[in-house]
Write a protein of this length. Structure first.
Length: 187
């Protein structure tokens, strides 16, 4: 970003790249009971690790907004009604996740442990937003077995997302110094 805080074309392209990656991650699904297994959490973590907190938040916010205006970018479509879906909390969590990852890993040439801490914190934030939203929305929708939903619709996915987030930290350790050098861009 320019020093005055305005986005330049390359910044917009980087944000757009992560919006596209998030859409692809939403549709690369592995069938699983209740909710399909996607790779969106790891993309939100990578957005923060590689773009920094501002562009990470922008890219995940654009993804969220795009779906809410009706473009079918979410794993089950799009539209404003999506806010009533229990899984929408995770979409909001992606925004916070990218922000946290970017705030913790805020410069190039960090030690690997810092990338891991950033990735794990971002993973935790996504679930800290997603799980309560899921439970609240499910309660509003009169879901009968909230305990089962908590386990099979939320907790079951945590190990996969934690492992992928840590792997994202390893990738960011390799890629971020190259990306963040003066003049180098992801796109």
């Amino acid at each position: 970003m320019k020093s005055n805080g305005k986005l330049i074309a390359a910044d917009i392209a980087e944000c757009a790249l992560f919006v596209v990656l998030m859409v692809v991650a939403a549709f690369v699904q592995i069938p699983f009971p209740l909710v399909p297994l996607t790779f969106q959490t790891v993309i939100s973590v990578l957005a923060g690790l590689l773009l920094g907190w501002k562009k990470g938040v922008i890219s995940m916010s654009v993804y969220c907004f795009t779906g809410l205006v009706g473009i079918p970018v979410f794993s089950a479509g799009g539209g404003i009604y999506y806010v009533l879906k229990p899984s929408f909390g995770y979409i909001l969590g992606f925004i916070a996740s990218a922000g946290v990852a970017g705030l913790i890993a805020n410069r190039a040439n960090l030690p690997l442990w810092r990338y891991i801490v950033a990735a794990v914190a971002a993973f935790a934030v996504d679930y800290a937003v997603g799980i309560p939203y899921c439970m609240f929305a499910a309660k509003l929708l009169n879901v009968e077995n909230l305990t089962k939903l908590l386990i099979t619709g939320n907790l079951v996915y945590m190990p996969k997302d934690l492992v992928l987030s840590v792997l994202a930290a390893f990738l960011a350790k390799i890629v971020a110094p190259v990306v963040r050098r003066s003049g180098n861009r992801i796109v």
